[in-house]
Design a protein around this ligand. Structure first.
Ligand code: FE2
Length: 164
């Protein structure tokens, strides 16, 4: 994923913009994968908590879609090309493949929690990478994404945090 940059009047240094476009595109691939994983759970979950989980997983996918849009557009704002095709996602996502055979609410909750946690970890690390590169706006974007994913993780993981 070597970023080619368009010329722009944006005053961030080219080196910074290049690094940020790469960081953003990596997270775009991860976030698009995560959004599809939430949809996979939304479509296939079954059991007594069906309707609550079906709706929750859709909400997760919808919120992730907003984040992916912000991440992709920030890459373009910096002169980059947003790499959001399914082929790029498939090649570059760092998430574990979502299992196709899951059925129960518990199984989907566990799998999606783990994927959200993994993405949350790298999004949090991206805040520091962007700050170190002196791009406060990309750091702010990752702060928003990271805070949002922490909330989504809570809403999914809470189903496993009590015995009954
Ligand atoms: Fe649906």
């Amino acid at each position: 994923m070597k970023p080619k940059l368009h010329s722009t009047q944006n005053d961030l240094r080219e080196k910074t913009r290049r690094a940020m476009v790469e960081l953003l595109n990596q997270h775009l691939a991860d976030a698009l994968d995560l959004g599809l994983q939430a949809k996979q759970a939304h479509w296939n979950v079954k059991g007594l908590n069906f309707i609550a989980l079906h709706e929750l997983f859709d909400k997760v996918a919808e919120e992730l879609e907003e984040f992916t849009d912000d991440i992709a557009e920030r890459a373009v704002e910096l002169g980059g090309v947003a790499s959001g095709t399914i082929q790029v996602v498939s090649k570059h996502s760092r998430l574990a493949a979502y299992p196709l055979k899951l059925v129960s609410g518990k199984a989907h909750v566990v799998a999606l929690s783990s994927a959200l946690a993994k993405f949350g970890t790298t999004a949090r690390a991206a805040i520091d990478s962007a700050a170190k590169a002196r791009d406060a706006d990309t750091a702010d974007l990752f702060t928003e994404v990271s805070r949002g994913v922490d909330k989504l993780l809570w809403m999914v993981e809470a189903h496993t945090q009590a015995k009954d």
